[in-house]
Ligand binder design. Structure first.
Ligand code: FES
Length: 104
């Protein structure tokens, strides 16, 4: 199996408790730092076309600013209505001071 992790950002770009938007191969993703663990997910809410970058991190969840659905950053599952579709989560690897994401 080929290693398809690609460079997404420097670790210093994503501060604890913050989100950081990146474009990887034409796809917008959000990187989120939850107490030192980096998560990667699609940038767009699955309910409507709203950037989750406008939302807030709450523990292991990202909360959409428009209707308040929270998505679990480990599973992508929506925890509240109205969103009912999973948010896509991407595998992340940290090497040296860089964040690598597998978007395949
Ligand atoms: S647009 Fe995100 S919950 Fe409705």
């Amino acid at each position: 199996m080929t290693d398809s992790y690609i460079f997404a950002a420097n670790l210093d770009d994503v501060k604890p408790g913050k989100m950081f938007r990146v474009k990887l191969e034409g796809k917008l993703l959000l990187l989120a730092n939850v107490e030192g663990t980096i998560h990667a997910c699609d940038e767009m809410c699955t309910h409507e076309e709203v950037s989750l970058a406008l939302g807030a991190l709450q523990g292991n969840c990202i909360k959409c600013s428009l209707h308040g659905s929270r998505f679990d950053l480990l599973t992508g599952k929506p925890l509240d209505e109205p969103a009912d579709e999973d948010l896509r989560i991407y595998p992340v690897k940290i090497e040296a001071n860089t964040i690598l994401v597998n978007i395949n």
